[in-house]
Structure formats: C-alpha cells, structure tokens
Design a protein around this ligand. Structure first.
Ligand SMILES: [Zn+2]
Length: 469
C-alpha cells in the first residue's frame, strides 16, 4: 500500500508519474515499487499506456479525475485511435479504462512503421519543467509518431534510452534520463513546423466516441477532380497524386508512406495517424473537415439531393454544410449526456478542492514580503498542476478565482507598493531605479496606474512615489 502519489503534470504520461513515484520512494528494487502500484508486481510497465493498477493507486488517481480523463489525457490512446472505426475506438477505450490488456487488439499500432522507438524529450521543455516544478517529466506530445520537433519550441527532440515497444520490468524517470544541459537544434523548415502543428492538434482533439467518420474517404473526396481524376471520372490518377505528395514533402523523404498505403487511405482503410495528417496538409483540408460524420443513411442522401435541387446549389456543398450541422448537433448532445453523468462527481470535486483553491489564490495575490502575482485561472492551474480547462467544470472554485480579478493597472499599483514597502522595510534608499529593477515596470506603466495607487496607498506614500516620476 502506498502512502502518497505525486500529482500528474500537464500532458504527462501515466508511466512518467509512476516512474517519479519510484524515484521518490527510495526503493532500491523496482519490484518493491511495482508491488505498491500494480495489481501484479511482475508487471512490465508499458510507457505509452496504462497497466492494471491496484485499488489503492486507483483511489489516489481518481481523486481529481475520472479514469476516462486519465486515458484520454495521460496515455497515447489518441495517437492510435483517431482514425479507426467507431466500434474499435469504443472497445479500445473501454479496455484501457478498465485496464484490460487487450486494447492492442483494437487500436492501430503499426509497430514496424513507427519511427520513434524511444521516449523523447525537448531540452527547452526540460529546462522549463525544472524551473517550474523542480523536475522534468515525460510529455505525451513529444512521443507522437511523425513528430520530430517540440510543438512548443520547434526544436529537435532527443531520444532517451527508454524503449516504447519492448516493455521491461523497470520505471525510468525523465529526471534521471534527461541531462541538465543539451544543445538546442531549432527547426527552420516551415513545412515541418506546419505538419507538427497539424498532427499535435489532431492528437489533442477531444475523444469522440459517438460520431463515425471515415477520414480516408473525405480525403479522397477533397482531391482536385480536374487534376487527379481521368476525364473528371471517378477513377483516380494515383501515380500522379503520389508523385505530387512526394514532391510536396521532398525535404522529409524518410517519413513518407508508400503508394499502396496512400491508396489504402483513399479507399477508406486504416493507416498511421501521421500519414492521414500528411495527406490532409498536402490537400489543404482543414482539421475540422477530417472528422465530418459519414453520410450513412440513404435518407440523408435523398434530403441533401433534394435541397441541392431546390436551392440550385452544388450537391457536395449542401452535403458539407449538412454534415457540419449534424456533427455540431451530435456533439452537443454528447456533451449534455456526459455532463449529466458526471455532474454529481464534479460537484463533489468542486467542494473538496475549494479550500486548496482559496489558499492558492491568497498566496498568489501576495502578502507580506512575497512579490504579488496576478490571480488568473491559468496561474492557479499551473500552481496546482491541473489541466487548463479544469475550472470549467468547477463553478465554485472558478468564482473564488474570479473574485480576485483585477485590471492590469491595479496589479501594477500593487507591485509598485510592494517594492516601495520592501525597500522601506530594508532601510534602503527609495528611488525609481530600484523600484523598476524590482518590478520590471516601465515609467509609462507607473503613470497609468497612479489612480489605482492613490486608492490602495496611504497619502504620504502616494505623494512620495508621485515625486519619483
Ligand atoms: Zn519544448
């Protein structure tokens, strides 16, 4: 039984959390940590997913999130499920939520095609993590197949020695693997940057277990008919498309698919996520369009055809608009059901978290010697290691944070007053240069905040500061 479990960091792999636990626990042997964490102490941790964990660890993890959120936000499930049929997507998700090992049967994990065999890291993210949290961790977005640069810093990612495919009886933390200093190789290639942005966006989309779509058919449908079809017929000029695709990505030949995979995608088949994204970017198809629902029923087709005739508009335009409406409608439906199911649980979390949020906002606002900070949702999330959107579900906590809302001018006024008091209490000479060094505030900022300063400072202090201008 464990006595503590660290909090998950944003975008952290669940493997990474357990590796940090092992490092903190002080155990010499992995098997002792495994005994604490897993249902079976002989478990070989899978870096990208989640193994069967014991009830005690589950209890800790589910204090601040559901198992569904854990799978969606802290495993690589989205990378291997985004383009598989709805039925398989649902089964894979269920298997992971119940930590059954058979998720492999449903996900699409093309082991031979995957280029990133090891867990990866970004030198700048590692530095920032160490500054913010005192340690670094394994980020999910660095592990996406087809992504070779950091999505935040656009610099080359490095391989670690932790193999993703061959699970071993070991938990290795990023803090142990990632050196303190490493050379930074910035990426200057706009196409690689655009593709990285595209893939990471697709990866971070909310998990959709309601809508069935077939991205391959959509991509085939969006091809320029005049250019890529024989005499505007339904027959595609596959060789020409493939040639143009290779020429579009000529600077990254190692990551391209072969022509058979491309044909498979256009035929509605499954392939690696990066190939779908490459084709979408090549064809200039937006991320939203990739996930439009199938026109499944004949009834819908007849309706679309009728509207197209009535409006005298092209049928494909009417279908696109119609599908977008169906999609928006079905996802809002999903949202309300989801909310109903989880409402009671969120209310509970809302109340339990409130004292922590109160303490955090008070601390951020600043008291005594500590430099004041602006209380924002983002700042609280960062301090408490919560996902960015968490407070959308927690109205009481959110209201507590909003209570501290202030204008930028008001915040500057507080900073100036804090710097003044600090210098005064330290018996130092108070001048503008010293205040500026402490607060980083420019003279025009000070001028802009005088009204607020007059309200929060006593008269003598206000006049003193006024004379510094
Ligand atoms: Zn980075």
């Amino acid at each position: 039984m464990i006595g503590f479990l660290p909090e998950l960091y944003p975008d952290e792999l669940i493997y990474s959390l357990f590796a940090r636990y092992y490092a903190y626990s002080g155990y010499a042997a992995y098997i002792d940590a495994a005994h604490d964490i897993y249902s079976n102490c002989r478990t070989r941790p899978v870096p990208e997913f989640i193994n069967s964990i014991n009830e005690c660890v589950k209890g800790y993890l589910l204090k601040s999130q559901t198992m569904e959120e854990l799978v969606e936000n802290h495993t690589m499930f989205p990378a291997y499920s985004r383009f598989i049929p709805l039925d398989r997507r649902k089964k894979a998700f269920e298997a992971l939520v119940h930590t059954e090992g058979n998720y492999n049967n449903y996900l699409y994990i093309p082991v031979r095609e995957i280029r990133n065999k090891y867990l990866r890291w970004c030198p700048i993210c590692a530095k920032e993590d160490r500054e913010n949290y005192g340690e670094t961790y394994w980020h999910r977005c660095h592990q996406i197949d087809g992504v070779d640069i950091c999505y935040k810093h656009y610099c080359l990612l490095f391989n670690s020695s932790v193999c993703k495919e061959k699970s071993s009886p070991m938990l290795i933390s990023a803090e142990y693997e990632v050196p303190q200093e490493a050379k930074i190789y910035p990426c200057k290639d706009d196409l690689i940057i655009s593709l990285t942005d595209y893939i990471v966006h697709v990866f971070n989309r909310p998990n959709d277990l309601k809508c069935d779509y077939n991205t391959g058919l959509i991509l085939a449908d969006r091809l320029d008919t005049k250019k890529y079809h024989y005499d505007s017929s339904w027959m595609r000029k596959n060789e020409e498309i493939y040639e143009d695709y290779c020429s579009f990505y000529r600077d990254m030949p190692d990551s391209l698919m072969n022509i058979d995979t491309m044909k498979k995608i256009f035929g509605g088949g499954i392939a690696a996520m990066r190939y779908f994204c490459q084709l979408a970017l090549f064809e200039d198809v937006s991320e939203e369009e990739l996930f439009l629902p199938n026109v499944s029923s004949l009834q819908s087709k007849i309706i679309f055809q009728r509207i197209a005739r009535e409006l005298n508009e092209p049928e494909d335009v009417v279908i696109r608009i119609g599908l977008a409406v169906i999609k928006a409608y079905s996802s809002s439906n999903e949202l309300s059901k989801q909310t109903g199911r989880n409402r009671a649980r969120w209310e509970d979390v809302d109340l339990k978290l409130l004292p922590t949020v109160k303490e955090c906002t008070k601390k951020l606002y600043g008291q005594g010697d500590e430099r004041p900070k602006k209380v924002t949702i983002k700042a609280v999330c960062r301090t408490l290691n919560l996902p960015d959107k968490r407070f959308d579900y927690l109205p009481t906590c959110k209201a507590e944070i909003m209570r501290w809302h202030e204008t930028q001018e008001h915040y500057w006024a507080r900073e100036v007053l804090w710097a003044y008091n600090r210098l005064k209490n330290g018996n130092e000479i108070i001048n503008w240069k010293k205040i500026r060094t402490l607060t980083n505030i420019r003279k025009n900022n000070l001028e802009a905040c005088l009204k607020d300063l007059e309200q929060i400072a006593d008269k003598d202090t206000y006049i003193f500061i006024l004379e510094l201008l």
